[in-house]
Design a protein around this ligand. Structure first.
Ligand SMILES: *[C@@H]1O[C@H](CO)[C@@H](O)[C@H](O)[C@H]1NC(C)=O
Length: 316
């Protein structure tokens, strides 16, 4: 089996390749996986296309979406090959054969759906592209169902072709320009609970990661406060930020609880509080004329709050 290629874009949908194991999503891995699994994918083109237009998220998303769709085609083709291999194996019983036969058709259809999604995205018809990617995803889920009904354990190689976290990160990135899809996929992919989580679960995972980051920031702050030679102005700003990140822990934890209770409006309000707290800490340093030593913590907080919000908006 291939390694997870994980593309974050609208199409990705299930492209999903996804093997077991943790998804590490970067342009490079996406392109490597795409190129490695099919000679038609030009690795250099892929990286160049995805890495282009750093200041233009929509252009970036466009390129990534196309590669993701292409990856989806390739993965569907690979799934068909895997199925043919399984069918050729001795000892595959009747029920399993029937499920595999069904899945072969489903993955054939999935390849077409991704190819159409690619063309739609290429002509910037995102609505149609997203729909086609969604169709592809649905086909993958039907295959999963066929296996489940046949009582084939989840370890079925074909089941692994659908990874919801990537799909959702993709949709979130497609819908909300503010979402940094690379960040989104790589962060969600890191979490051990992501594989198998639904949209609701992923929104909670994002909130949880916000809590963890706030704890990390507090730890950083306390380290800096204890460091000899930290000047007085920096100490004042650090003290202010300590309070802010303390509050942010509760904001993200509150977002988690509200989303868990399915009170999405309240959950998003909590995530917005976290964003504002991160900005306030930046401001404290700016006003003191000091470069913030917490800028990475801050941008992480903002980004994970945006991801959490965007995913919450996708919950049906
Ligand atoms: C959602 O949470 C807010 C704030 O805590 C609360 O005012 C509101 O009543 C809650 N809504 C529901 C439907 O529980």
């Amino acid at each position: 089996m291939m390694k997870p290629s994980t593309a974050c874009s609208l199409a990705v949908a299930t492209a999903l390749t996804l093997m077991s194991g943790v998804v590490e999503a970067t342009v490079v891995t996406t392109c490597k996986a795409a190129a490695g699994s099919d000679g038609r994918v030009d690795y250099d083109f892929c990286v160049a296309e995805l890495g282009k237009h750093h200041d233009s998220p929509s252009a970036d998303t466009w390129g990534l979406a196309k590669v993701a769709a292409l990856t989806g085609v390739v993965n569907a083709e690979n799934a068909v090959y895997d199925i043919k291999d399984l069918l050729a194996k001795h000892g595959t019983d009747g029920e399993a054969r029937a499920a595999l036969g069904q899945c072969q058709e489903l993955y054939d259809g999935m390849g077409f759906a991704f190819a159409e999604a690619h063309d739609d995205i290429n002509s910037r018809d995102y609505a149609e592209g997203t729909e086609k990617a969604g169709e592809a995803a649905a086909l993958a889920h039907r295959c999963d169902d066929a296996f489940a009904k046949a009582g084939i354990p989840v370890t079925s190689p074909v089941t692994q072709y659908s990874d919801y976290s990537v799909q959702i990160a993709a949709e979130a990135a497609a819908k909300e320009k503010q979402v940094n899809y690379k960040f989104c996929v790589s962060e969600l992919g890191k979490h051990h609970l992501s594989p198998g989580a639904d949209t609701w679960g992923l929104a909670k995972i994002a909130a949880n990661m916000g809590v963890n980051n706030a704890y990390g920031a507090i730890n950083d702050i306390e380290g800096l406060q204890a460091k000899p030679g930290t000047d007085a102005r920096t100490k004042v700003a650090l003290g202010q930020c300590h309070d802010l990140y303390d509050g942010m822990k509760f904001a993200f934890a509150g977002a988690y609880d509200e989303i868990n209770a399915r009170n999405y409006t309240a959950g998003k309000e909590e995530a917005a509080k976290a964003v504002s707290q991160a900005h306030q800490c930046d401001d404290d340093f700016m006003k003191a004329g000091i470069m913030s030593p917490l800028s990475q913590r801050s941008s992480y907080s903002v980004q994970i709050a945006i991801v959490c919000t965007a995913i919450t908006n996708l919950i049906k």
